[in-house]
Design a protein around this ligand. Sequence first.
Ligand SMILES: Nc1nc2c(c(=O)[nH]1)N[C@H]1C(S)=C(S)[C@@H](COP(=O)(O)OP(=O)(O)OC[C@H]3O[C@@H](n4cnc5c(=O)[nH]c(N)nc54)[C@H](O)[C@@H]3O)O[C@H]1N2
Ligand SMILES: Nc1nc2c(c(=O)[nH]1)N[C@H]1C(S)=C(S)[C@@H](COP(=O)(O)OP(=O)(O)OC[C@H]3O[C@@H](n4cnc5c(=O)[nH]c(N)nc54)[C@H](O)[C@@H]3O)O[C@H]1N2
Ligand code: SF4
Ligand SMILES: [Mo]
Length: 680
Amino acid sequence: MTTTLLGACPHDCPDTCSLLTTVQDGVAIKVQGNPHHPLTDGVLCTKVSRYTERTYHPDRVLHPMKRVGPKGSGQFQRVSWEEALSDIAARLKAIADTSPERILPYSYAGTMGMVQGESIAMRFFNLLGAAKLDRTICSSAGGEALTQTLGGKLGMKVQFFAQSKLILIWGSNVITSSVHFWRIAQEAKRQGAKLVCIDPRRTETADKCDVHLAIKPGTDAALALGLMHELITHDWLDHDYINNYTLGFDALRERALRWTPERTAEVCGLKAEDIRQLAHDYAHIQPAAIRLNYGVQRSHGGGNAVRAVACLPALTGAWRHRAGGVVLSASGHALHNGAALQRHDLHTNARAPLINMSTIGDALNTPGLVEAVVVYNSNPVAVAPESAKVVKGFAREDLFTVVLEHFMTDTADHADYVLPATTQLEHWDIHNSYGHTDMVLNRPAISPMGEAKTNTHIFRELSTRMGLHSPLLQEDDESLCRLALQHPRNLQSAAPVTWDALLKDGFAHWPMDDAPFAQGGFATPSGRCEFVSERLVAQGLDGLPDYLPNYEPANPQASYPLAMISPPARNFLNSSFVNVKSLRDMEGEPLLEIHPEDAAARQVKDGAMVRVFNDRGSHVCKAQISTRAQAGMVVGLGIWWRKLSRDGTNVNQLTSQRLTDMGRAPVFYDCAVQVETLAA
Ligand SMILES: Nc1nc2c(c(=O)[nH]1)N[C@H]1C(S)=C(S)[C@@H](COP(=O)(O)OP(=O)(O)OC[C@H]3O[C@@H](n4cnc5c(=O)[nH]c(N)nc54)[C@H](O)[C@@H]3O)O[C@H]1N2
Ligand SMILES: Nc1nc2c(c(=O)[nH]1)N[C@H]1C(S)=C(S)[C@@H](COP(=O)(O)OP(=O)(O)OC[C@H]3O[C@@H](n4cnc5c(=O)[nH]c(N)nc54)[C@H](O)[C@@H]3O)O[C@H]1N2
Ligand code: SF4
Ligand SMILES: [Mo]
């Protein structure tokens, strides 16, 4: 018998596609895009088109596994659920009896689902009084910056980019990381729009835009200020918009006037005339829209950069048109009830520290801070910065580690127990998006593989065995999906998202104004677009956006002269899919793109093995001589599994645990290295 079921792509990708899974005699044979969801439009990326290859992968962890060799060796033996759960519960309870705050949950966006993400799991750790995780690894610098400027993760409705006449794709390789946005930009291009890509790397997206500005990494705030200089000196401003809907224009004006095109060009590594042209275009080609993305906020001044860019549409009044403005994330328009799912009010342990996931390396090596760590939906050993410290921490013999996973990842290799988790085809979930403003429901298409259990089920079982008997920990997955809709503002809305619509169509639109800030109405304390943020001033910080140089800029005189960035590879999703052979074959092996001049200066030949190194570590990979990398900058596309590389490391062996100016986020793209050829 053949059936089709509606689902949601679980991955950390702004597109949050609606899926259509074909099931034949209980086996999922095909995963396709839902043709009725306007943004998915029947199309999926290459990765998720292979979702069945991942689900039925011969290496799926299908039984609880207990470690029998040294940490990291990957030697495990199969045990029963009963044995695994009772031992884990006993070990965690022994810690929780005296110091629950020494138990750390470590999770991120392996699934973006609200139920298999942070529902029962979060309630469990909250009731336990565990350490709190500061969830900073991806978007918190930009998120904080948007909050200070616009009042939240708010912005344009992505569909309307199709009607824009000028699109700035700023800090994003959308062909790789948001292919459905690229389809919208293509639609705009067919209607005559000009596309400008602002990216230090000549990406596939840059190749296909009308203009590529190969900015130096970490200098976006300077470019935004330079554009403001031109808008102000030529009076290409919407004074009415500025007067009525913004705060702090005079102060911003004074700062921006220091950023002449010449000074901006010098800092950004661009031509002054290109900056003048971009400012002219931005003021004259309307509607003008900015697809800002997380690539700009992974360096020292990342928060300030997002603040500076987010100010631009208020200067020209671009917000007046629904196809004008900016969007980094629009997730703040959703009206789901996250608080009811997660129940942070249950946490009463005042001793619990807030542990930054981006500095997990330091946290695990701080004596007495963490005694047990429970990892789900994340692979920190591969994705967190400064791997040497992360590995050392996870290798601690006195650390009790439980990992809920689909595969034996680099992190799972360090676990005491690995518990088999279900994939998206095997469980219920409900999703918001950070790229669009629809909610998407995921129904299970097949029964759990092997002995796999849902994350929620595993935490329900652990709580019972640890004597946590709250009914809140026993709510079932479908009820949790429904609960996500129980937000007072959704219930009171004229066009609420309903359970019936989700069951029937697989998705529903959150109500939102077409042009959310056409007449101000920002979610900031002043209700205005805050060029000056009093909240930042109150924290003793600069209230205006400014350019903060990278911690580790390219510098020919330094011992580590090259700037390295490590953005996503097209056929992986962070470290997910690296073990799916057909996708790994497309990526080949870990590569380092290096500009011909930098290669020549080091006698590096194309295809040669090189050692990339700095004081934090060293990583061996294959050189690819390419002008995709600008001179002075190398690119290591990520995020490879350490154990699938030449020398058991990946790019994060080189990245640092320093943090951004806002949001306590990592600076993955602010990292200086040296490169040398390896002797054959
Ligand atoms: N295929 C694929 N898709 C993904 C992911 C993946 O791993 N693979 N990851 C997902 C996740 S978790 C996220 S957060 C999103 C991220 O998606 P985006 O935020 O859209 O960013 P990326 O496409 O990752 O690319 C970042 C781009 O920023 C550029 N960049 C680096 N430094 C700078 C800088 O200082 N200034 C500017 N202007 N640009 C810079 C890089 O060269 C790169 O092209 O993508 C998601 N989608
Ligand atoms: N150098 C460098 N490092 C980076 C980045 C970069 O650009 N450069 N990007 C950063 C960014 S933006 C992000 S978001 C982080 C991402 O880091 P992570 O959120 O850790 O993402 P993944 O590496 O995809 O790992 C997710 C894991 O969750 C598992 N998983 C998926 N679904 C489920 C489930 O339902 N249950 C359970 N138990 N497990 C599940 C998957 O099998 C996978 O191993 O990496 C960051 N690291
Ligand atoms: S990874 Fe992104 S583009 Fe691919 S199916 Fe999922 S949501 Fe769609
Ligand atoms: Mo991310």
